[in-house]
Design a protein around this ligand. Sequence first.
Ligand code: RIB
Ligand code: CA
Length: 314
Amino acid sequence: MTRPVVIDTDPGCDDALALLLALERSELDLVGLTTSHGNTAVDATTTNARSILELTDRTDVPIAKGADRPLAVDLQTAEHIHGSDGIRGPLPEPTEATRPVDTHAATFIVEQARAHEGELTLAALAPLTNVALALALEPDLPELLDELVLMGGAAFSPGNVTQLAEANFHSDPHAAHRVVRDLDPTIVGLDVTKHATLPSEWVDSIPRDDPLGRSINEWLTYYSAEHLERYDIDSAPIHDALVIAALVDDVLETDPFYMEVGTDSDLAQGALVCDPNDVTGNEPNGTVAVDADYERYRDLFVETIDRFVAETIH
Ligand code: RIB
Ligand code: CA
């Protein structure tokens, strides 16, 4: 039984690999992509999503373009990490085959949640603006969705933008606050995604004499030497791919928490604060991934991408 999934995304090198996993896994029925500002402007993330679907010959998947800015704070992007167009690799120019639908991403999410009532999984890999707007459009979204699994936050680890905040939450803290408060998310944050790296010897084994192989290699090695040194790691964490792996295999260890997201100060902007000591006395409003089976994740990732490459590169 496949599960219908909408992926909200800001490709983005790690998003691109997460999309490959979702496209290749038969457990998932990717009913659509929604695009957001984040790693770069929404026009570019939309172009990048279209290029990825053209590169993988999956122009059947609809794309709905979303928010071009956060709910309240100023737009921030990350071309310094993902490349000048927000992505790396030799991608094809989009064609009419991947023209986005006329529906805004938020409306698309609501329409798909209603069409697949109680069965739709929403995988959010970007700042949460589209998801918060969908919730504002449809207050019954929590009941309509089967599950919301998101990459974001840093509950018990340092952030990657400030000491406390991870990029997706920092980019739109008001959206993250509302989504965490009202949508009972499963949060896959830096606590686990910082370990979502792939074996360098496998990365080097991917054939680079083809646009798909060269793109996959560039997406896997998107962190610069400076960033690897800054984080004291020897390969790039593929943050978003861990969310997709968690949809198809039991790779995460999660715990329920009452939690809030900081919105009203520069240094606390986007901070994910959990209440493990029950100081507030509030019931949990979501679950946080506190550990993962990284070897199981790596095996799934390698097996899926190897199969995708074998099927696509002749
Ligand atoms: O902090 C990592 C997250 O921010 C990932 O989703 C990455 O693609 C960027 O959007
Ligand atoms: Ca992302």
